[in-house]
Ligand binder design. Structure first.
Ligand code: HEM
Length: 411
């Protein structure tokens, strides 16, 4: 089947609909058109939007695609940026990806980050007395990951730099002056990190990235900084998953009681289901670099394709009663299947699937241990709703907690 045979969105250009509908844009159209794929025009460009496993297998499959040119430039610059692993393909991509796999998946890395975070966040929460989980978890994560990467207190304890790391993910769906300011602050952080690199200890993750060799030479300094930010920025973004998990604890106190005594494996099941039901990355994009025949779909060279992550995470066949929060589904980043794709799909070492899932789940589990075991708290009246027209989405209040006290302090 050629793209012309796919159903088409009836709008001449669907950019405004995408901005208005956010996460619902692809899955609701697919449901309405009775197809897992449809044609549309976004920002004046022809695109094929796909939901479900067929689209995921295309974007995280055998190749013949590039991520270059598949994201609006402001989103790219705030997230991955030019020269990053996400912009590479083939053997060069696998070589660079192996660096991330080693840094993030090796024994002890996730555990170290998670225990540093749990200790520091518990102290920060008790010092604050009341908090917004999205803000405080993101801020603590920024300090912890900068120190873990090898940077000293002039970087890890700088509140403005920590906030900029948060904004790089938080501003991706915005347009206008706020994005330009965030981009300028990102350039400032890049300069600070480049200058501070001389002092990071040998063996630290930042030093290992700076010393990583490609084509017989170390990475150019500007690329090394982009890849160091590819460790720092997404760890800070885990604060959003933590806020979603805290939202469930706030809405359903039974989970708070259950997690107080749960083992790590059960806490991980809870966190994995949070990653399935909560909106984060709505979709990923790529462009074909040659004609491709993919599961009955003939794609020409240069075809822009968007794969729907959010809708795929609610696929009825893969997840019965997909709207229900049900940690008993036994989901895991270790064995994700074709539809559990909060961080992309496919084989992590050879495709663009995120290398940070192990770290993410370890950080979420340690956050749940802090909130359910180390501290007690009350939930003030607030708006815990999640609007799907904002990318990236978040609980409206960021999840506010009050009366934070150490467990056992007469609480
Ligand atoms: C905060 C939660 C996170 C979310 C929602 C997330 C989501 C994603 C997604 C959807 C992709 C695939 C992009 C594509 O297909 O083009 C990706 C790739 C990537 N992620 Fe994450 N991620 C998260 C956390 C992390 C963490 C903690 C790290 C590292 C510390 C990380 C590092 C990366 C890198 C380096 C890539 C590029 C991989 C490649 O192109 O091969 N991410 N992430």
């Amino acid at each position: 089947m050629t793209p012309a045979a796919l159903p088409a969105d009836k709008a001449f250009d669907s950019t405004l609909a995408l901005l208005r509908e956010g996460y619902r844009f692809i899955p609701e159209r697919c449901a309405r058109l009775g197809s897992d794929a449809f044609r549309a025009r976004i920002m004046g460009r022809k695109v094929i939007c796909m939901t479900g496993p067929r689209g995921i297998r295309l974007l995280y499959g055998a190749g013949g695609l590039t991520r270059q040119g598949a994201l609006p430039p402001t989103v790219l610059r705030l997230l991955q940026d030019k020269g990053s692993v996400q912009q590479m393909e083939g053997a060069a991509h696998r070589h660079r990806k192996a660096l991330f796999m080693t840094l993030l998946m090796q024994e002890g890395a996730a555990e170290q980050l998670a225990s540093d975070f749990a200790r520091t966040w518990a102290q920060d929460l008790l010092a604050q007395g009341e908090t917004c989980v999205l803000d405080s978890a993101s801020d603590t994560l920024a300090g912890v990951v900068c120190a873990w990467a090898g940077f000293g207190p002039q970087i890890s304890q700088d509140p403005r730099l920590r906030k900029t790391l948060y904004e790089m993910s938080a501003r991706t769906g915005s347009v206008g002056p706020g994005v330009i300011a965030a981009l300028m602050r990102r350039r400032g952080v890049e300069r600070r990190l480049a200058a501070a690199l001389a002092d990071v200890p040998s063996g630290s993750p930042a030093r290992r990235i700076a010393a990583f060799r490609e084509d017989g030479a170390p990475l150019p300094p500007e690329v090394a900084v982009v890849e160091i930010l590819n460790l720092l920025r997404p760890v800070v973004a885990v604060g959003r998953w933590i806020a979603y998990a805290a939202r469930i604890l706030a809405l359903e106190p039974d989970w708070r009681r259950a997690l107080a005594t749960a083992d790590t494996a059960s806490a991980a099941q809870f966190c994995e289901e949070v990653r399935r039901v909560s909106p984060f990355f709505p979709m990923t994009g790529a462009i074909t670099t040659k004609p491709l025949c993919h599961e009955g779909l003939d794609l020409p060279r240069g075809q822009w394709v968007l794969a729907d992550l959010w809708g795929t995470l609610h696929d009825k066949n893969a997840f019965p009663l997909p709207e229900q929060f049900h940690p008993g589904r036994q989901l895991s980043w270790r064995n994700p299947g074709a539809c559990f794709v909060p961080h992309g799909g496919g084989d992590t070492a050879t495709t663009h699937r995120c290398p940070g899932e192990k770290v993410t789940v370890a950080l979420m589990v340690s956050a749940m241990q802090v909130l359910c075991r180390a501290v007690t708290w009350d939930v003030p009246v607030q708006d815990l709703g999640v609007a799907l027209d904002r990318i990236p989405a978040a609980p409206a209040s960021g999840v506010r907690l009050i009366q934070l006290r150490a467990r056992g302090d007469g609480a």
